[in-house]
Design a protein around this ligand. Structure first.
Ligand SMILES: [Zn+2]
Length: 596
């Protein structure tokens, strides 16, 4: 038997005397210059030199964004206010020569003028903090808890974030104190500071706060009802909602860009007029998507996606599951919540299959590679991407539908993809408290399906083949017919640039490529006539197979005439038909069930 009392006293002393303390102060004294002022008060660090780092990326958005590029005026002081030497040793690392100082205050400013869900912004109307671009961390000390005090600009009255408040009161200067368990939590909680409209709703036993920046055509009562319905339906998939509180930050702007997921919050960026008519389903689908991520990717996750390495790319081949399955559920949940009819939902799936199979890139880039290369390809598209890339969102969504159908058929309408996700959630998130490897993911699916999936993964995940839709979906009552036709297709996309018609992209193997047309060429005339974008496209649409085409182009101020012939371009199209087999209808009903 050990002397537990003695051990606990030693542990207690060492923590109380030597434990490091981290406090951030965030100010925005002059929002019109778009700079946040940050202070890191670091106490009781034993090292003589501290390394302070700024992340290079924001989890959930797989691109190195080099947040250090926005950091200016990094300075450090000891407890007496004396300047300490600050050196820069890498693109995102500063060292502070602190010697024996008990306390160090690091001060810096961050230029914040990119309003998106994964970057930060400040002007006279509001401040938005995406933590990975604002808060630096002490290298090797990311696990420490700490606090954050926010001093809002004098005209900003409201702070919205899922970071826990330390104490309930707001100080007389408007500042509020928050706490965090570790650096991951600090930067996983985006913060909206301003005069946003805030409302709440409770669903699945969770209190949801919604912070609305910007005007829009929203009806709060309607949103409370519909968002609660989406949340309740989403919670039935795994069967438990791990949060007590959840925060939606919604930016209502001209160009909405989508959302970014977090453990207990999300930021959505939407067009401010998205809340009426057909657009509204798109909004609810985005809510469902980001909300579903609180399970899929934040808790059910690949091994490499958490704890994060903020210093470099975090590679995974499983984004087709993290984003693809989530995309599958963002529509399926709306069907289960009763927003789509069966036919409307089946049309969505059909549309996804037609998009994926009709894309040139789906035959070039396996979805596992698309995932791995998100950093250099998916997030950095160029004019040739349409010929070479397949998005893991769409192909992943298609594969999710097929895997769901396989599970439903195998378990005769008693189990579906929900059960597979429950299996991963219970085993890896709850029991093992970690992510899974590629091999573990495949093994778990094989376990549920009772079949070897080597060929499935080789052909459709690591390969680029067309899956046997009819076999897989046919087993749950949907016949899939290929109605692919070969039509003449020129294969160039245009844009109107002032008075100029400019080539935007060229499809590989097309008539346009064969005759030597290039991206950025200005199309001046065609078969002897001057054209604008509309007349050029009308002309191309009227051409038959083999028709002769002569195009006058300008490239780098030089004039050329290009000539060639119209060719065929194959684009497979699939049509869904419901099969009348009574036994299969039961499976189809289960797949498309509405959950009350
Ligand atoms: Zn997503």
């Amino acid at each position: 038997m050990k002397n537990l009392t003695l051990i606990s006293i030693i542990v207690f002393l060492s923590f109380s005397v030597f434990s490091q303390d981290i406090k951030y102060n965030l100010r925005m004294v002059k929002p019109q210059n778009h700079y946040f002022q940050v202070e890191m008060e670091l106490s009781n660090f034993s090292e003589k030199e501290l390394e302070i780092k700024m992340p290079v990326w924001a989890p959930g958005s797989y691109l190195v964004r080099e947040f250090a590029k926005n950091v200016d005026l990094v300075k450090a002081f000891d407890e007496a206010g004396k300047s300490l030497t600050v050196n820069k040793i890498s693109k995102n690392t500063w060292t502070i020569a602190k010697g024996k100082s008990k306390k160090v205050v690091v001060k810096y400013e961050v230029y914040s003028f990119e309003l998106s869900v994964r970057t930060s912004f400040l002007d006279l109307t509001h401040g938005y903090v995406s933590g990975t671009g604002i808060f630096m961390y002490v290298n090797n000390h990311q696990q420490h808890k700490g606090s954050l005090e926010i001093f809002p600009y004098k005209d900003f009255k409201t702070i919205s974030t899922s970071l826990p408040r330390k104490g309930e009161s707001v100080a007389s200067d408007g500042s509020e104190l928050f706490e965090f368990e570790n650096y991951d939590q600090l930067v996983d909680c985006p913060i909206e500071i301003g005069n946003q409209e805030v409302f709440e709703f409770t669903a699945a036993g969770v209190v949801h706060t919604v912070a609305m920046y910007g005007v829009g055509n929203f009806d709060i009562k309607q949103l409370q009802q519909d968002m609660a319905r989406v949340v309740t339906t989403a919670t039935t998939v795994i069967g438990e909602n791990p949060n007590k509180k959840y925060t939606f930050i919604i930016h209502n702007v001209v160009d909405g860009q989508g959302g970014l997921e977090h453990m207990n919050s999300t930021t959505l960026s939407v067009n401010r007029w998205t809340y009426q008519g057909a657009e509204y389903m798109g909004f609810l689908s985005l809510v469902a998507h980001e909300y579903f991520h609180l399970w899929n990717v934040k808790r059910i996750r690949p091994f490499t996606l958490g704890p994060f390495n903020y210093d470099e790319e975090n590679y995974t081949t499983l984004l087709w599951v993290m984003e693809g399955f989530t995309s599958y559920y963002d529509e399926l949940l709306l069907r289960r919540a009763g927003y789509y009819t069966k036919d409307e939902y089946l049309n969505k799936i059909q549309g996804t299959i037609n998009y994926v199979e009709g894309s040139v890139g789906t035959r070039v880039q396996p979805v596992a590679h698309a995932s791995f290369d998100a950093w250099i390809k998916g997030y950095r598209p160029n004019e040739n991407s349409g010929n070479t890339q397949m998005t893991y969102y769409s192909r992943g969504q298609m594969l999710a539908a097929l895997i769901d159908a396989k599970i439903i058929a195998k378990h005769k309408g008693q189990k579906c993809l929900d059960h597979f996700l429950q299996q991963l959630y219970n085993k890896y998130y709850k029991q093992l408290k970690r992510g899974f490897t590629d091999a573990e993911f495949k093994k778990e699916l094989e376990l549920l399906l009772g079949e070897n999936l080597d060929a499935f993964f080789a052909n459709y995940v690591n390969g680029t083949e067309t899956p046997p839709f009819n076999d897989i979906l046919g087993a749950i009552g949907i016949d899939v017919e290929s109605v692919g036709t070969s039509k003449p297709n020129f294969g160039a996309a245009m844009r109107q640039d002032g008075n100029k018609v400019v080539v935007r992209s060229i499809r590989s193997g097309s008539a346009a490529e064969n005759m030597g047309l290039s991206v950025n060429d200005e199309v001046i005339g065609c078969n002897g006539f001057r054209v604008d974008q509309a007349s050029f496209e009308l002309f191309l649409a009227s051409l038959e197979l083999g028709s002769e085409i002569k195009i006058l182009v300008a490239r780098d101020e030089l004039l050329f005439e290009l000539s060639g012939n119209m060719t065929l371009y194959n684009k497979p199209q699939f049509l869904f038909k419901l099969s009348p087999d009574a036994n299969k209808v039961k499976l189809l009903e289960y797949w498309l069930r509405v959950v009350e």
